[in-house]
Design a protein around this ligand. Sequence first.
Ligand code: SF4
Length: 500
Amino acid sequence: MAGFHIEHFGCRAARADGEAMAGNLRAMSELESFATDVVIVNTCSVTAEADRAARAFIRRAHRRNPAAKIVVTGCYAQRAPEELAAMAGVAAVVGNSHKALAPEIILSLTRESELTRGAGRTMSAASPVPKCEGPGAPAVVPVASLLAASGRQYSVGAGQAPVSTPIWADDRFAHSFIEDAHWGETQPAPGAQTRPNLKIQEGCGNRCTFCVIPFTRGPSQSLPYAVVMRKVEGFVAAGGKELVLSGINLGRWGRDSEGSSRETLAGLVRAILEKTGLPRLRLSSIEPMDWDDELIALMGEFGGGRLARHAHLPLQSGSDAVLRRMHRRYRPWHYAERVAALLGAAGPDLTLGADVMVGFPGETDGEFEETLTFIRALPFGYLHLFPFSARPGTRGWALHEASRVPQAATEERMTALRALAAEKGEAHRRRFVGRALEAITLHTPAALAERGCTTALTENFLPVELGGRFAANELVRVRVKALNGDGTLKCEAAHTAVAQ
Ligand code: SF4
């Protein structure tokens, strides 16, 4: 029987989009079966490597199942839709601007409806962009001309023929939220997918010089307060235990709200903790300067119980000069001051994480040393490391042309940072040996289950190998016996506990 498969690339927020899309599609396909297999590729475009990985997957999927219709969505689909539409096997490209309509578009592909046959036409640049009034009414727009009009660089391979594959993408992001997903109805029930993301914010109005997100996801938009609360209550009613609030720039939640009483992320977090019965809330990445005093105070008040003591603050560089070139809005000392306040509120069991970019244009040995020194001084539990990748249309592209860091230097710096990250990660985890921690059980890979163990994650974001078999989505208190070679904590269950 035909069906669909979704392959995710990219960050937590992008995954949340994909999960919501799959949930809606699952609900729709209960009413109407698929006439053909569909492979949905939810792409990322944060680096050239991310683009390459998506293209490689598309080629592989087409080779393995030439009859399947491949639908490409996500950030790469938004940034360079025609590049993807030209690939063999791709049946449609749906940019972030239209991803809320993706389930309808996908079902229409399997029906070979008017909708599909009508798509792919182009309109003149002067034509008004058709308004999307809801599912079933996709806009078909001249993507290349829109990109050119918005000053974005876009290249089609020399001599490449115009493609007839339908593309849904424009530079208005009115539909970028997938709002009609409901826990347990169109999204997988919490037991089937533990720790789901609830994406409450989309887009970003900052202009960090290396980042393509403002082009692929538009300006910041918030999911309204009432919708967020309804979704959290629905999650709790469906038996959910841990929910991750996520967004592209989560700390900006509420800043676009109208009226004098501007909503803040801290106000929303407090409302979730005080007005719903959610057992555990986790916050995903928040920019350093968006950790305001009120949000930090919540870590002191609820941290370790219903609010996970886990803070991810993108750092990118520990050098003031590099941060300025990146157009980041904080200096290293601001970052250190926010971290000190967080540790003061949550205590030393807080797991602190960061993204660090290596080889930004013009980064000197001395500037990289500043980053190493800065990181050594702070108690990071983990680091996500990325080599700089020039993205078309960003200011970083021009900086890269003018002052690129040799690849060998970038690789050497990556190696040094990897070693430092491993050392700091191990030191952080080792502190918990002999201690008891709260955790949530996850779906366990078969090999581990055969050994009579269960995968879990502690409240403060440490991976656990738990002795004994437990169903997923249980809150358990674990005792840490040792640190395994792969970095997981070897634990035994102390007793089942619900963190209320
Ligand atoms: S804050 Fe900067 S890096 Fe983060 S999404 Fe916005 S532009 Fe990109």
